[in-house]
Design a protein around this ligand. Sequence first.
Ligand code: NAD
Ligand code: TDX
Length: 350
Amino acid sequence: MQVLVTGGAGFIGSNFLNLSVPRYRDRRFVNVDHLGYAANLANVAETAKSPNYAFVRVDITDADAVDRLFHDHPPDLVVHFAAESHVDRSIVGPRAFVRTNIEGTFNLLEACRKYWPKGRGLFHHVSTDEVYGSLGESGAFTEATPYDPSSPYSASKAASDHLVRAYARTYGLATKITNCSNNYGPYQFPEKLIPLTILNAIDRKPLPVYGKGLNVRDWLYVEDHCEAIWAVIDHGGPGRTYNVGGNNEVRNIDVVRQICRLLAEETGQREDDLLALISYVTDRPGHDLRYAIDATRLKAECRWTPQETFETGLRRTVRWYLSNKAWVDEVRSGDYRKWIATNYADRTQP
Ligand code: NAD
Ligand code: TDX
């Protein structure tokens, strides 16, 4: 069996490959990535030594290149991670999100339609809970929650979900979709809240908290997300959608405080010195207040349970960033610096 993993040099895709390649030695994995700013082949350096792994550089917005990819590496399973993934970047420059997340997904679906005869193949689409918009103080997203995306990022992911369902209904393509809450863990590009806070705290730089820090996210350790994707591939119903989340609702300010505590414990620094770095900055436009996932369907139909609590997963994550200095230094020397300058320079106190 040949598994085509798009976006496999990014955060979740590389964790997915690192877990899967050694485990499924009878399958061949093809990592497809255009190597954008969030990609890093160092993320899969160990995995790349396996004989059942190959890397192909393809931009999924290039329809001809995607067609060639399917011709040269005909897949039985596509696990589609590739996307522009950062909400703040989608506010600054939405075009890349429409191109990759919508057109790129469309190109992959077209290739599946062309190369897979009826009854062949499975297209697993990796999506986000942000398609549902924002919750108030109570309740949780179920698979029946109407789509109501707030940002160009979440709107583009919503559009891609709709395309996937349309190809299932219209052309009979075998598809599954997972909508997951916020991930954290090794190899996450430090534009996202958790790695940004860890790295800034290590450097004793300000820890930017948007608005009052009261927005709530439902955090899931990345390996638990990857296991959920396999659980759905193996046990999920055809054409079905599954919400993925770990019941870890935390306010942003408490995420940042918890990182300060763990970092103090791990390094012997004074927690108060780290907490003093917290800096409230201008809020994100259209900032969703709260996400929470009801993962009942996934647990009932696919026998999945998360392994990490927020405390254990966050400690593993803090330790990973502390002990992978070479990775951090490489990331910091590139696009990361430009982005930090663009996004935070003009964010004054609210
Ligand atoms: P990421 O930004 O770390 O990685 C995305 C990868 O896709 C990168 O390696 C990038 O180079 C690649 N890519 C982007 N545009 C491409 C293109 N045009 N052609 C080929 N490759 C391209 O993102 P991530 O956090 O790993 O997210 C992966 C997927 O999971 C995305 O679809 C995202 O919407 C979804 N998701 C993420 C989270 C989260 O918390 N990070 C939560 C739920 C769902
Ligand atoms: O510096 C910051 N300060 C801050 O307060 C950053 C970068 C973020 N925040 C807030 C905004 C959010 O409420 O923290 C929360 C988390 O922000 P991000 O890490 O940017 O994640 P989010 O916007 O919630 O989206 C993430 O989860 C869903 C991923 O980036 C998406 O790809 C995924 O689909």
